[in-house]
Design a protein around this ligand. Structure first.
Ligand code: FES
Length: 616
């Protein structure tokens, strides 16, 4: 079949595309991270590209709906709907790319005494001779057990394969890394033992390289989850994986490749080798957990949303394709439910003070938001489908938290004051900016309590019969398209924030509590770290409590993963937390619908049994 050369700019990448292959499929084949929220169906509009040179197929009805004739003339197309008819050069706008996002890796400091799962022992072996021709592995096990009073009885097979040359090159003295009764890997003596903690988010991955001897974090890094190219949220990722076993394997492969690169980068920063990583802990929502482990995910999308496994898993990292020390394990913390995964277990491990007398709420805001209420040692948890709006998706000018995204915004006397990431010219608006915009529009009277946009504001205009508020005008952008918040965007955001508030309210009501009793609200996660809490209260996303009761803790899931990596006791604690959690399915609560409708209103209010009481 005929192929054409496609250049992807400004990435400087190129590849050959068949005439029956969409530009999106071709981009994905070459590792170009074009976002495809709907998985290529043509209805999410996230895969916009500009064809700079070359000929492509005629616009489809989906494209005619999205682009004006002027935009089509300028070459704007949906990559999933467009097929090449000649060699082409494409320009990929930043808000169509999955790369270069700001990723939250910081979390609370980890304060726990090191109690690693893997222990290092110095072993001195006698040299074999004709009079003493004992096999290398037996010699090692015997010496190790005798010198340290252990009962190790086997050596990991991958470690065994390297054993003979290693013992000879280290002059019959080595470090044996032991997990339970197994020698998982060997190293020269003396040498470090490192661990890798991973928070595997739907859109972002954070990695931490830890010295297992001291518990110290040597390097930390965040990257974009490359699976985002196959769907922004959990459901579209699951749908993609369900298309065929090969698609699920593809999702696993891309994430494992990303983790291997992350390990290399972290080790380079700490002047270490990946073979020094002898233990790994990963946390993620249940879908990310299953996709990494290669478990089926179809059942997660269908009622009653049952995970394949809840309990903690220990898997040989090499079996998943992770290139760390031979024989090292990957420990996956336990999941709580189909939509409350090991990442929330990790958040609770890092933040929940089950001994405390005061009631607290822990919220991890993401495309799926998990909420836990902790009171007198009891934990009840729910999960709300807050959707990807606060990550910038389904919002006309929304974009990931990357350079040039508006991240803070104020309206003062009808003037817009904003700050962009890295101080770059504004190209779109990310989650924290979107939340600010909504609150500021409400406080300035542009939006009413129901979220309706006023027509009479000087910055409100009608485009194709749809109202929109101009944040940055064409003139302010030197003739480029204005950055706006549309009436439709406001509706999307109302649904997102209503889901979060409803989750909090339902937990309170099922436990017979009122929100005034909440002593502490822990807000975890990247989005939660950057939001302006006062604005979140102003739109009714969070309960109206004194600001000093809110604590933004950064990446608490990453902190929990580090704790579980450093301390065996913390792994036990995680299992105990999960065994004691009561999970509440939101849709099964009778007041859910009424509460959700009331929670979609803007403003400060209390909710009581599906009724809204305004707060002045
Ligand atoms: S419109 Fe192209 S991926 Fe959704």
């Amino acid at each position: 079949m005929k192929t054409h050369k496609i250049n992807f700019e400004p990435l400087g990448l190129s590849g050959r595309c068949r005439t029956n292959e969409s530009l999106l499929a071709c981009a994905h084949r070459f590792g170009v991270g074009i976002i495809s929220l709907c998985g290529g169906k043509g209805n999410c509009h996230s895969c916009q590209v500009q064809v700079l040179t070359g000929t492509v197929s005629e616009p489809t009805p989906h494209e005619l709906e999205v682009f004006s004739s002027q935009q089509l003339k300028e070459g704007w197309r949906l990559a999933c709907q467009t097929y090449p008819a000649s060699d082409c050069t494409l320009s990929l706008p930043p808000n169509s790319l999955t790369t270069l996002q700001r990723v939250q890796v910081e979390g609370q400091e980890v304060a726990v005494s090191p109690e690693p799962t893997v222990t290092a022992y110095q072993v001195k072996l006698s040299t074999p001779s004709l009079a003493d021709p004992q096999a290398d592995a037996d010699r090692l096990l015997e010496s190790l057990n005798r010198q340290h009073r252990l009962r190790c009885n086997h050596i990991d097979f991958s470690a065994l394969r390297k054993l003979p040359p290693q013992l000879r090159s280290w002059n019959w003295q080595c470090r044996a890394s032991v997990r339970a009764d197994e020698v998982i890997t060997l190293g020269p003596w003396p040498s470090r033992q490192l661990g890798l903690a991973i928070d595997l988010g739907t859109s972002k991955i954070s990695g931490y390289l830890i010295d297992l001897g001291s518990g110290q974090t040597l390097a930390a890094k965040g990257i974009t989850n490359p699976q985002a190219s196959y769907g922004a949220d959990i459901i579209s990722r699951i749908s993609y994986a369900m298309k065929s076993p090969g698609k699920g394997a593809r999702l696993q492969k891309v994430v494992v490749e990303a983790l291997n690169q992350l390990a290399i980068d972290l080790c380079a920063e700490a002047s270490a080798e990946v073979e020094e990583i002898v233990d790994t802990v990963a946390v993620g929502n249940t879908a990310m957990h299953h996709l990494l482990a290669g478990l089926p995910v179809g059942q997660l999308a269908l009622a009653p949303f049952v995970p394949a496994v809840s309990r903690a898993l220990n898997i040989k990292a090499g079996n998943l394709g992770l290139h760390i020390a031979p024989g090292a394990y990957l420990h996956l913390l336990p999941n709580i439910a189909g939509f409350v995964g090991a990442d929330h277990t990790a958040v609770l491990l890092a933040t929940a003070d089950t001994e405390s007398k005061g009631m607290m709420i822990a919220i991890d805001i993401g495309t799926n938001t998990e909420v836990s209420l902790i009171d007198s040692g009891k934990i009840v948890t729910t999960s709300c489908a807050s959707g990807p709006a606060f990550e910038g998706w389904h919002i006309k000018d929304g974009m990931p938290a990357a350079s040039g995204a508006i991240e803070r915004l104020r309206i003062v006397n009808d003037n817009i004051q904003y700050q962009t990431i890295d101080g770059k010219p504004a190209i779109g608006i990310c989650g924290s900016g979107i939340l600010d915009a909504m609150a500021q529009l409400y406080l300035a009277g542009v939006l009413d309590k129901g979220g309706r946009m006023a027509r009479n504001h000087p910055r409100v205009r009608s485009e194709n019969k749809h109202l929109e508020f101009v944040l940055v005008s064409e003139e302010e952008r030197d003739g480029r398209r204005a950055i706006v918040i549309t009436q439709q965007d406001v509706r999307e955001l109302q649904l997102a924030k209503a889901a979060i508030r409803t989750g909090i309210q339902v937990l309170l009501e099922t436990q017979g509590h009122r929100e005034e009793k909440i002593q502490k609200v822990i807000i975890a996660g990247a989005f939660g770290t950057y939001i302006d809490v006062a604005n979140a209260i102003a739109i009714g996303m969070l309960p109206s409590l004194p600001l000093d009761r809110f604590q933004q803790v950064g990446n608490a899931a990453g902190t929990g993963a580090r704790l579980a990596l450093i301390s065996l006791s913390k792994r036990g604690e995680a299992q105990k937390i999960v065994s004691g959690v009561r999970y509440i399915e939101l849709a099964s609560v009778p007041s859910f619908n009424k509460t959700f409708i009331q929670a979609s209103y803007l403003g400060r209010y209390r909710l009581r049994q599906g009724k809204r009481e305004e707060i002045d």
